[in-house]
Design a protein around this ligand. Sequence first.
Ligand code: MN
Length: 725
Amino acid sequence: MIRFEDILDKVESYKPDFDEELLQKAYIFSAREHRGQVRSSGEPYLVHPLNVAYILSEMRLDETSIAVGLLHDVLEDTLTTKETLQRMFGEDVAELVDGVTKISKYNFVSREEQQAETFRKMLLAMVSDLRVVLVKLADRLHNMRTLQYLPEERRVAVAKETMEIYAPIANRLGMGRVKHELEDLSFRHLHPREYDELSKAVSEKLAVSGDVVDRIKETLDSKLSDNEIAGDVYGRVKSMHSIWSKLRRQEIDIGQLYDYLAFRIITTSVKDCYACLGIIHQMWRPVPGRIKDYIAMPKPNFYQSLHTTVVAEKGQPFEVQIRTREMDLIAEQGIAAHWKYKEGRVGAHPDDKSFLWLRQLVEWQQEIKDPRVFLNSLKIDLYPDEVYTFTPKGDVFAFPRGATPLDFAYRIHTDVGHRCVGARVNGKLMALRTPLRNGDIVEILTGATQTPSREWLSMVATSRAAHKIRHWLNGEQKNRSIELGRKLVEREAKRYRVQWRKLVAENALDGVLSEYGLAKLDDLYADVGYGKVSPRNLVERFAADNDKEKPHEPPGPIQQAVRRIFPFGSSATIKVKGYDDLMTYLAKCCNPLPGEAIVGYITRGKGVAVHSANCPNIKNLMFNPDREIEVEWADQRQSPQYQVELEVVMDDRQGILARVISAISNLKTNIRQMESRSSEGKATTDLVLEIADLKHLERVTRTIGSLDGVLQVERKYNISRHAIA
Ligand code: MN
């Protein structure tokens, strides 16, 4: 329960010479005007303005803002007029209260129009006097904290509006603390079941891992003092909403939740921030791709911090944010922290960089009449994690950042996705994996014979597209297995002189089907194709005794069949006598190169995998010789690029990596990925290169290996149990 004295104490703590009389007057006036009114919670109405004023004092705002917090509902909910406010509290307070009151009033039909209008008013208010919006945010924050007292329908509507308008605005103004609380509260009311499940899951994890937060915090603390760095370490569980969005984004279910702890180190200098990062990476292994330097590159809302995610001993990952005290204040309070109280109006001063975006927005919005268009252009700025793109007709599609034309194609229609061969982005042809940017106009090109491939899964950012691709691949995988199975059986039948087609026509296989517990012949073929049923055993039972002993030759066992591979990218086709168009693909574990010795392996359901003959997966025990198939390279009519991973070990000294990279690029070779680590005076770099053939690879490895300081160059294979079957 907030008392008026608490507010006075708070304001005094940061502004000792504040105008106490103004606040006294506002408090008494508000109490009198709201007398007899009660909130849905049953509490006296005055509790609400008191809380709003307190939140504003936590933002360390001036006494005018605090007074407005106390008075913000008197125009709307009591008989007070603007003139009265003017007379009693002056022009500023009256205008501000009026501004706050106006924001929530709409006369619009559609939700979209309402939203657009709320945004419009908030923007205009921000430009004329930022304090209107800060009071409005404090008002909304307290309403959200007490939302449980409203009927469900109202609750959902308010939570939705908060999630879509108020949280993004708080974020855009850099007010991290307010934003997180608004999001968490909205999440709780919009998805109560998910919220409960998630909080339960997190507390269970915490119970199991015991005092993990304390342990990590202690380790960080002692490491900082070992290195004589002054810094405070804070540990916490991430906000429910941010955990939840992440789970959804990555399609992880709660059972696999692991990334829920976050630590913050507050240092005294930027130099120490980077030093901390180094110390942390020495202790724990960083998760690739999760190191973010927002100090060198601040977010548009001026947020600055270093982020990294590392994995502790027991496989527990956690995020660490490192920043200075000043950066932390900006991160938590945003614009409210670095905005100076000036006499009179507080708004977009032309010199204030933090308002540049705002002024631009206001300029745009004056030109835009259609609320839909306005909303969409606004969202570009308010939702930095989303990308807004257009069809040539002007329809807007929003995607998570990183989405590609392929996501776009699947958004239009599943079939457009499946048949997508390319895209014209802003009139220019673009590769399917090019990330889309805000404002891109995307036209999808389709081809009649195009079909999805497994590789596409790595090119999409939306779960919708991934789901559709996976669905297609699964169906396709079954079809291929049926095809492969049928061919294997028919071939085997020839050897044993079994008239297979006749058997099929006479339903002579029904007994076999029921024996295997299968419904139809295709299921049997699929099982053969998947490697579950041996075609020989199957056919043999229908063969005459003498044929059983001496199977007919040729065509000989499948092991001796020679297949030609036409390497078109990563999926290739086989052409061989007896087996037209068996599906083949290049194994991901070793990515064999044209020219090197290869072997084929009949997989369970994916066709024939082609491995390098040196691939450790092929050599080791899980390899089943019955499923081996001989393959060879076809003439190359084009030279596609293959991804090859090299591990380069070198002396850990300056400039050496730069020499390696320039040697590679001198060989006109593209580097797809690069990752380095170092220990004990040696640096190891993993490179993923685009290689045309074995000769090309040899040239590259020879050149790198001959560089001064390079100790070893080795091709890497991904050894895994899944690579083969
Ligand atoms: Mn209110």
